[in-house]
Ligand binder design. Structure first.
Ligand SMILES: [Zn+2]
Length: 193
């Protein structure tokens, strides 16, 4: 799957939104990528999972790990393509943690999968949890990377299917806030205009 085909899927699914958005990082942006609207379609999710997994040898990893919620669906599809188990980390009182009886064999080779990387914060927290529990993150895979500054952000190699640079601003320095025409919304909290 090339970038053109991926963008077409996102546009067809109505997953590329325009407006005034508060990203999970707290930054503001005029574009938002609602990956859930693509991944809600099993055929798309499966195709994207296969495309991500295509660059991985199943013999090289033991388990796929995804940070919830964003990474769950695509993580599951990558795990399915590699026929490996999926476990996920999740926030409890704001702290990323491993729950539900999940654990790692000591030295387990871990593939970390996320849907959209913006700041990379969730992925870093997810990898820290994996290491705390004895796992060894080997690579990070994501469907979309929204930031050009991602290179070198993680201490393991990472790969994305689509590099989609979307400009974002500190809330205190947001031109859309200054214009004051559209209130900033958290994506998903209401229908975009
Ligand atoms: Zn703003």
């Amino acid at each position: 799957m090339n970038e053109q085909q991926m963008l077409a899927i996102y546009e067809d699914a109505g997953a590329l939104l325009t407006g005034h958005f508060i990203l999970s990082s707290g930054r503001h942006s005029s574009r938002y990528l609602q990956s859930a609207k693509v991944l809600m379609h099993p055929a798309h999710a499966e195709a994207l999972g296969r495309a991500l997994a295509a660059g991985v040898s199943a013999d090289d990893i033991d388990v796929v790990v995804a940070p919830a919620l964003g990474g769950l669906i695509i993580g599951h599809e990558v795990a399915r393509a590699l026929n490996k188990p999926l476990v996920f980390t999740e926030r409890k009182d704001g702290e990323m943690s491993l729950r539900r009886g999940f654990s790692f064999e000591k030295g387990a080779r871990v593939l970390v999968v996320e849907d959209v990387i913006t700041t990379g914060g969730s992925v870093c927290e997810c990898m820290a949890v994996v290491r705390e529990h004895g796992g060894v993150p080997l690579e990070v895979l994501a469907v979309v990377d929204r930031s050009p500054a991602a290179e070198g952000r993680f201490d393991v190699p990472h790969r994305t299917l689509l590099q989609l640079e979307v400009e974002s601003f500190e809330a205190s320095d947001c031109p859309l806030c200054r214009e004051g025409l559209i209130p900033a919304v958290k994506p998903g909290s209401r229908h975009p205009a």
